[in-house]
Write a protein that binds this ligand. Structure first.
Ligand code: IMP
Length: 441
């Protein structure tokens, strides 16, 4: 019963969508297990662009079972919008299933997210303002509205009333906001429930069924390890756990159901929003990476902060996730740089040196990278389809990363297209790689 988890190994936006899209072809089901529509990814298929925020990109395979698990927080308006957009482009969405236990983002969560950020002033987290944090807060406070509640108007109204009460003060400035009218809100969300009812299911059971029948299940993480609420750069993090351990909780399976864990990372580093970023480049090299890599948020359009690959953070992510394989994306973006660096240690105040990711917030805030210079390459690599096709310097770059992290590189992205991917021998030897070769033989 192969279960494969795919997670972001940096600060999100690593290109997980593209990797999931590639692997989904061989999977029976794709399950999202945390986050919400703060995530976003763009898939290019035969020159056509697709953008997703909630629905796993596996949906592009007709009838593929795509599950939004209990650990996700769902803005039903966004979900319904995505369903309509896919249908309008004649995509078969019959495989979509939404957990009845997933929590719902309500209009007051959006307002509270904005108000919270405004109150923090200079200390802003730089959230996506999609109401993610307040929805998870209500979940923990046992005041959340779940997808199943949208199917019962009476219960829904009671629960909204209970949830609004503790937030009365914070919401006072929005008292006249029509989106907060109890009756209108209940009616609106009951209508969402009606539109979603055909997709609502006991998704934990569905996942178990697939695994039980020995079918491949992909667990798709959103964001990345460094944005994990427990292990990331708190408080500059998201409000869920994007690491592999959360796949079990957020999909409703046990740890023994997971067989492989793939970490996706870019060949360099990016971050959106505030918070420490020890390898940040604020010079023209950083600007060049941003432009070449198209580093602007899919969800908010914000320019992403860019930097050299941070191997200290990546090794930490590999440990937190017990990564079994690395997928390195956007290697082509580094082509033509005059200088190529990777961060191998952090330097702190008073000459302190950190081989490992520091647990203390103040240390991390002052840490800067110590770098190892590697050989750059200038050859275009977008047409390379095997490791041997890559320039020696690019191959050395990949080997350096794999050796430092202690995790083999399984897949390499050399451009935005689906076909612009290289499977390494180590990748071919994974569960997915073996399934792929079986499928093609
Ligand atoms: P929130 O998840 O909207 O609460 O935002 C919290 C932090 O996580 C902010 O720094 C966001 O920029 C960041 N974040 C949330 N989702 C993503 C993502 O999908 N990619 C990158 N950063 C994200």
């Amino acid at each position: 019963m192969p279960g494969i988890v795919i997670v972001g190994a940096q600060w999100g936006d690593e290109g997980k969508g593209k990797i999931v899209d590639l692997l989904a072809e061989r999977a029976d089901a794709v399950v999202r297990f945390q986050g919400g529509n703060n995530a976003g990814h763009t898939i290019v298929r035969e020159g056509v662009e697709w953008k997703f925020h909630l629905i796993p990109s596996g949906i592009l395979y007709a009838g593929k079972r795509c599950i939004i698990g209990n650990g996700v927080v769902i803005d039903p308006k966004v979900l319904i919008g995505e369903i309509h957009a896919l249908r309008a482009r004649r995509v078969d969405v019959s495989g979509l299933k939404v957990s009845a236990n997933a929590h719902v983002i309500m209009p007051y969560h959006l307002l509270l997210d904005q108000a919270g950020e405004a109150r923090l002033g200079k200390l802003q987290i730089g959230t996506t303002r999609r109401g993610i944090g307040p929805a998870y807060s209500d979940k923990a406070a046992r005041l959340g509205i779940r997808i199943q509640d949208l199917l019962d108007e009476k219960i829904l109204k009671k629960k909204i009333t209970a949830a609004l009460e503790p937030n009365r003060l914070a919401l006072r400035p929005y008292a006249l906001d029509p989106s907060l009218d109890l009756h209108a809100m209940t009616e609106q969300y009951v209508s969402y429930g009606r539109q979603l009812s055909e997709y609502i299911a006991d998704t934990s059971r569905l996942v178990w069924d697939s695994l039980e029948q020995d079918r491949l299940v992909l667990f798709e993480g959103a964001q990345g390890a460094m944005l994990d609420i427990d292990h990331g750069t708190y408080p500059f993090v998201t409000s869920s756990n994007p690491i592999a351990g959360a796949a079990c909780v957020g999909a409703g399976v046990g740890p023994r159901d997971i067989d492989e864990i793939w970490g996706v990372c870019k060949a360099y580093a990016t971050r959106v929003g505030a918070g420490p970023f020890p390898t940040e480049l604020t010079d023209e090299v950083g600007e060049r990476i941003r432009e070449t890599g198209g580093e602007y948020g899919t969800t908010t359009g914000r320019p992403r902060r860019t930097g050299w690959l941070d191997l200290v953070a990546l090794r930490y992510a590999a440990r937190l996730n017990t990564l079994s394989a690395l997928a390195i994306t956007k290697l082509d973006v580094l082509t033509g740089l005059d200088q190529l660096m990777v961060c191998t240690r952090y330097l702190g105040a008073e000459g302190a040196v950190f081989e490992d990711f520091p647990y203390h917030q103040s240390v991390l805030h002052h840490a800067t990278g110590e770098y190892t210079e590697l050989e750059p390459w200038s050859e275009e690599i977008g047409e390379c389809r095997s490791e041997e096709d890559l320039p020696q310097a690019a191959r050395d770059y990949l080997s350096y990363i794999a050796d430092f992290i202690g995790v083999p590189v399984a897949l390499i992205g050399v451009g935005p297209g689906r076909e612009q991917t290289i499977w390494t021998p180590a990748g071919a030897d994974t569960l997915v790689g073996r399934a792929a070769s079986l499928a093609s033989s």
